[in-house]
Design a protein around this ligand. Structure first.
Ligand code: PRT
Ligand code: ZN
Length: 292
């Protein structure tokens, strides 16, 4: 049992090679963790924290975290939910966003959820799919496939599918239409429920705080502009900043520089209003991290 051993590193499970790999490693590097070449090894030491990464298949991550082999893991909510592993979900991470949807051949005889009674559904997610129909009291036959699920109706081995969808292009290309979403997913940071040493618990707290700052920063922009002094009250009204903006006098008489942070979602609306209020030279910069 290694989990109470304070001499071991905090071990984090990350998908070895797949859709979540680059984004997870970018996130870890974005919060200041440095790694040697992680492409070559399965177990990668962090150079500046007592952390190591275990690079494995995404399907194995929840179990490794459940068993305490890894303390943390980055994995799709769909994978955690499928096997209903006993782990704690620390945070949703806004990437790897997708949905598990029921899809059927276009113009076929299944149009509504009730029409699924007695039908055969191909899926790589028999757990989530089976539980969904059970909760509705609809009797279906679930055929478990490990991949290429979308081809099953054309091969006539199933009447419908339950599969992950992001853009919907794969369904369309296979003549399928979505009937219902049964699970919404994103990447999650999960934690073991096994006991952890104080050192590890502290490190997890630090990592979480940094992730929070990183996520806030990703949704915000630092903006700078010049404006006549008399426009400042109007500009303050327009800017939905986290704190009151910084206003500094410029060498030009009656002009000031204004700096502030705004949510990215409002940037374009705000920019037009700022120009109308007399702001010039508006510059927007990305923010690496924020502690608010
Ligand atoms: O080798 P390993 O087992 O680690 O990887 P994997 O092949 O099982 O998983 P991978 O890398 O394909 O996906 C990892 C995780 O990414 C999934 O568990 C989801 O949490 C998330 N994710 C996000 C997706 C998608 N979007 C997605 N679109 N996983 C799979 N897909 C597939 C889907 O199965 C279908 O075949 O993409 C196709 C549909 O995409 P659209 O864009 O055409 O709708
Ligand atoms: Zn997988």
């Amino acid at each position: 049992m290694r989990t109470l051993d304070s001499t071991t590193s905090l071990r984090i499970a990350v998908q070895k090679s797949g859709r979540l790999t680059d984004k997870t490693l970018n996130l870890l590097e974005g919060i200041g963790l440095k790694f040697d070449d992680y492409k070559r090894s399965l177990l990668v030491k962090c150079l500046n924290f007592d952390v190591e990464l275990l690079l494995i298949r995404d399907d194995d991550i929840p179990e490794y975290v459940e068993d305490g082999v890894c303390d943390l893991g980055f994995v799709g909510a769909n994978v955690v939910e499928e096997d209903q592993t006993d782990v704690s979900i620390l945070r949703g991470l806004n990437y790897g966003v997708c949905r598990l949807s029921l899809a059927v051949p276009k113009n076929g005889d299944i149009q509504h959820i009730e029409d699924f009674n007695g039908k055969k559904i191909a899926t790589s997610y028999p757990g989530i799919t089976g539980r969904f129909f059970e909760s509705k009291g609809i009797d279906v036959q679930v055929l478990t496939l490990s991949g290429s699920v979308e081809i099953a109706p054309r091969l006539e081995i199933a009447d419908a599918i339950s599969d992950l969808v992001s853009t919907g292009d794969t369904l369309k290309a296979n003549g399928l239409v979505e009937i219902a979403t049964i699970f919404e997913s994103e990447t999650q940071l999960i934690k073991t429920n096994k006991p952890l040493s104080n050192g590890k618990a502290e490190l997890i707290g630090k990592i979480l705080q940094r992730i929070e700052g990183y996520q806030k920063a990703a949704k915000s922009r630092y903006i700078m502009m010049n404006a006549p002094q008399e426009s400042v009250p109007k500009i303050k009204e327009i800017i939905p900043s986290l704190k009151s903006p910084t206003v500094m006098p410029l060498a030009d008489n009656g002009m000031v520089a204004i700096h502030t942070v705004i949510p990215i979602s409002t940037f374009w609306d705000v920019m037009e209003q700022l120009e109308e209020a007399g702001a010039t030279g508006i510059v927007m910069l990305p923010i690496e991290s924020m502690i608010v």
